[in-house]
Design a protein around this ligand. Structure first.
Ligand SMILES: NC(=O)c1ccc[n+]([C@@H]2O[C@H](COP(=O)([O-])OP(=O)(O)OC[C@H]3O[C@@H](n4cnc5c(N)ncnc54)[C@H](O)[C@@H]3O)[C@@H](O)[C@H]2O)c1
Length: 434
């Protein structure tokens, strides 16, 4: 009976069938005892070329997606504490996702490939500080998604980026969850001035949602906390290790205690879930794009002096504050995000001014005849505020560079344009005159 091979017109020669040099079990094409045979085999039909291409592809894959067994097992062991098998699966999945995205901060970059630009979400990016931060991130080539509900922010602060494919703006309230694929989260969304924050205490729920997002997508999370966590401080200047003196039930408490809780949540997510976090405690900051008439002292004085209204000083005017120009703060925030330290870090200008001294600087910049009007002080107004920034200097290599006398005129120009519409317009007796 014909074999199947012969049936398909394959002929087997007698020599092949009987050759004693062929191994009956292994590859029949490699003669036994011939050491050159594997090399000859590899050299045939361009097999060597295919093997080399395979090695190159695997090398590129592992360079681009740096999931190491150690990182997987680290994450898995963390999840052991949580003692939940479903959690373990999720952590492993997230670790893989993190590696697969290959964009985690500090991750390996494939040889010969340029470092990828980051995708960053800035909550509250339409506000004063947020919009300056967005300018810097876009300028360095990152893709930025702003999430803002425009409670105190303005689209005008971001119009310079409209049409840029690396910029997106989403109207969204951070008290509702949102899912975005990002590498870093700068969480600024929160009304920062007393007239606004009383009506919108977003700190706790908003922070919780953003930490949830950070956990889900493996992003690094930066919280913009505040010097208000020190309350009316009994220690001066304030060091990060000081726990503060805060009234938990006062009119300012929703802000002070809200930020303190936000810090607590941030550290809990870091400790128990391994989220990469950073905490900045921001001291009074001023500059262009600040909300006019929002009750913050610098914007109040500047707007009043420009409108020829008396500058309102609450109390005796001897309470002190330190004033930081916004570009210094943005530099500090970026260094903190990119650095290796969680914080908290005080970010502020240690130059200390009484309210009366501030009023004098505003008079110098706008109108030497601007008047001052005293009013009773507001509840829980801190007597002194001055950051100790030794930690930021030492670990972030950061310190402010712009003095109040240099920064204030830049803000005045912006306010003048926004109040009068024309920088050359002069105000007389409360009415505008060209
Ligand atoms: N500017 C300062 O002197 C100062 C000092 C300490 C801390 N901070 C902190 O820095 C951050 C930014 O402050 P800022 O001065 O730019 O204030 P801002 O009011 O100008 O900006 C806050 C932004 O957050 C947005 N926002 C508010 N609630 C929101 C919500 N629920 N969902 C989405 N967006 C929301 C606002 O619309 C606004 O665009 C705040 O977290 C603030 O607490 C600022």
């Amino acid at each position: 009976m014909e074999s199947e091979l012969t049936h398909r017109n394959h002929t087997t020669t007698a020599t092949q069938q009987q050759s004693p040099t062929l191994s009956p079990r292994s590859n029949p094409w490699i003669p036994v005892g011939n050491w050159k045979a594997p090399f000859v085999y590899m050299a045939q039909k361009q097999r060597l070329v295919f093997v080399l291409i395979g090695i190159a592809i695997s090398a590129m894959f592992f360079n681009s997606f740096p999931v190491t067994m150690s990182s997987l097992s680290q994450q898995a062991s963390r999840s052991e504490n949580i003692e939940s098998s479903s959690m373990t699966r999720r952590v492993l999945y997230e670790a893989f996702q993190e590696g697969f995205r290959g964009r985690s901060v500090g991750g390996k970059v494939a040889l010969g490939l340029k470092k990828k630009s980051l995708r960053i979400v800035v909550t509250g990016g339409a506000g004063f500080v947020g919009s300056h931060l967005v300018d810097r991130l876009i300028a360095r080539g990152d893709s930025v998604i702003v999430v803002d509900n425009f409670f105190t922010g303005r689209k005008e602060n971001l119009m310079q980026h409209f049409g840029n494919p690396k910029f997106e703006l989403i109207r969204h309230d951070v008290v509702e969850p949102i899912l975005l694929e990002v590498d870093q989260i700068y969480h600024l969304a929160c009304p920062a001035s007393p007239v606004h924050y009383k009506f919108n205490p977003t700190n706790v729920v908003g922070t919780l949602n953003m930490l949830g997002l950070a956990k889900r997508v493996g992003a690094r999370f930066l919280l913009t906390s505040t010097s208000e966590v020190y309350g009316d401080p009994l220690q001066h200047p304030q060091v990060e290790t000081y726990w503060g003196n805060v009234n938990p039930i006062g009119v300012r408490s929703c802000y002070d205690e809200g930020k303190r809780t936000a810090e607590t949540l941030t550290m809990d997510y870091h400790r128990s879930l391994g989220i990469e976090v950073r905490i900045a405690r921001i001291f009074n900051t001023y500059g262009p794009r600040m909300c006019i008439d929002d009750g913050r002292v610098v914007s109040n004085f500047v707007a009043q002096a420009l409108r020829k209204e008396p500058m309102t000083v609450y109390g005796d005017g001897k309470q002190t504050r330190s004033f930081q120009y916004v570009s210094d703060l943005v530099e500090g925030l970026i260094r903190l995000m990119e650095g290796d330290y969680v914080g908290p870090f005080n970010l502020g200008n240690p130059g200390e001014f009484t309210m009366l001294e501030l009023a004098e600087v505003v008079q110098e910049a706008i109108d030497p005849n601007a008047k001052i009007e005293f009013r009773p002080n507001t509840e829980d107004d801190p007597h002194k505020r001055k950051p100790d920034i030794s930690k930021a200097k030492q670990l972030l290599g950061w310190e402010p560079t712009i003095s109040l006398r240099k920064g204030l005129p830049l803000m005045v120009n912006d306010f003048r344009q926004r109040i009068f519409g024309n920088p050359k317009t002069v105000i007389v007796g409360g009415g505008a005159m060209a």
